[in-house]
Design a protein around this ligand. Structure first.
Ligand SMILES: NC(=O)c1ccc[n+]([C@@H]2O[C@H](COP(=O)([O-])OP(=O)(O)OC[C@H]3O[C@@H](n4cnc5c(N)ncnc54)[C@H](OP(=O)(O)O)[C@@H]3O)[C@@H](O)[C@H]2O)c1
Length: 217
């Protein structure tokens, strides 16, 4: 591993992964709306904005040609009962969790493939199970599972690994921002999740962890 491009290294799990990679001497490029306070290169990217996405793809393919890891960690959730979902949140949540992620990955995946690297997509246990009050979020994460499987199919004979990482609830500002009532102390520690992802990345290249599902006990 030389250089990791991470969406959402400004906070939450993305920031924890970035911090651990930096400690191991790996350069990190963060794509998010706000800058990361870690020693990374920030490219201001709002995944709901096509211009930002195009710009980020251009900069990475020009200035970060040595990038060999892409981690898609940005995500949003809002809690609403069916019948009460604001229309703009349906579009916005799909843009961040699905369409923005796909557009960005499509523009960077060929570089990661050329560098014989790895793509990690953070899904959720909501990629498999539907929880109440989060119909839009469940739908975005089910959609992204389809994209992960598509990448795995298309790249199955190439020297690039695609890891789908699907955690259950972990500590971050995510649930607070979503207005959920889950108590932080009941959630998983993102430190262990980041370690697990980095462990999978370090496995010999003839081993691919295709899917990790890890939930609260
Ligand atoms: N926390 C959980 O319990 C949980 C459980 C399962 C799966 N997940 C998934 O894990 C991933 C990370 O979640 P987290 O808990 O670490 O979340 P978090 O603490 O809320 O951090 C979310 C990250 O996404 C970025 N982001 C949000 N909107 C964005 C936008 N429009 N464009 C670009 N980046 C954007 C944020 O950066 P800026 O605000 O700077 O843009 C931030 O860095 C997400 O994909 C989430 O769905 C979380």
């Amino acid at each position: 591993m030389k250089k990791a491009v991470i969406t959402g290294a400004s906070g939450g799990l993305g920031r924890v992964i970035a911090s651990k990679l930096i400690q191991e001497g790996i350069m990190v490029v963060n794509l998010s709306r706000t800058s990361s306070n870690l020693p990374v290169t920030n490219i201001k990217t709002d995944l709901t904005n096509n211009k930002d996405i195009t710009n980020a793809i251009k900069i990475i393919n020009k200035n970060h040609r040595d990038a060999d890891v892409l981690i898609l960690c940005s995500g949003v959730m809002h809690w609403h009962n069916i019948g009460e979902t604001p229309i703009k949140e349906v579009d916005g949540d799909f843009m961040v969790n699905v369409t923005g992620l796909i557009k960005l990955t499509d523009g960077i995946a060929p570089l990661i493939k050329k560098n014989k690297g790895d793509i990690v997509i953070i899904g959720s246990t909501s990629s498999f199970i539907c929880y109440p009050r989060s119909s839009v979020y469940n739908s975005t994460k089910h959609a992204i599972l389809g994209y992960i499987k598509s990448l795995q199919q298309e790249y199955k004979d190439e020297d690039v690994r695609i890891i789908g990482f699907h955690p259950g609830g972990f500590k971050s500002r995510f649930h607070i921002k979503a207005g959920s009532k889950l108590k932080q102390r009941e959630l998983m520690d993102p430190d262990y999740l980041a370690d697990l992802i980095i462990y999978a990345l370090k496995l010999p290249r003839n081993m691919q962890v295709s899917e990790i599902i890890i939930s609260r006990k």
